[in-house]
Design a protein around this ligand. Sequence first.
Ligand code: HEC
Length: 121
Amino acid sequence: MSGRWWGVAVLLLAGCKRDAEQSAAIVTGGDPALGKAAISRYGCGSCHTIPGVPGATATVGPPLQALGQRTFLAGRLPNSPENLMQWVRHPQELEQGTAMPNLDVTEEDARHIAAYLYTLR
Ligand code: HEC
């Protein structure tokens, strides 16, 4: 194999993180960078461990690592962009009595938050 192929392999590897961000943005219509900032603002890290979010190391709720690979959200909702945004905005309506409170997340912020969470694989 020629040296050229190694260059291609390195480029592909370097592109992986970028790909995750792009496909997360495409399926949600949100911006992962804005989502990360919103996660800090809403204080999600006071209950969840969330990779890449400074200070988000709590263990009250489930860790959100690899969220993009989950089959179900909160043990019951099929993991889709629409359900994830709904859950982030209205957990109490979707699962009465869950320990996750409604945090008055706006529709726009939920979109960005979902974009960030789907970069976690
Ligand atoms: C007061 C603690 C608390 C806060 C604050 C909180 N959550 Fe949660 N969250 C939970 C708990 C507890 C669950 C598990 C709910 C269940 O399975 O019934 C959960 C579940 C989730 C899930 C589903 C995870 C899975 O493994 O299925 C997501 C996604 C999520 N939270 C995102 C967020 C986001 C985004 C924020 C900030 C806007 C947030 N949470 C704020 C407690 C919290």
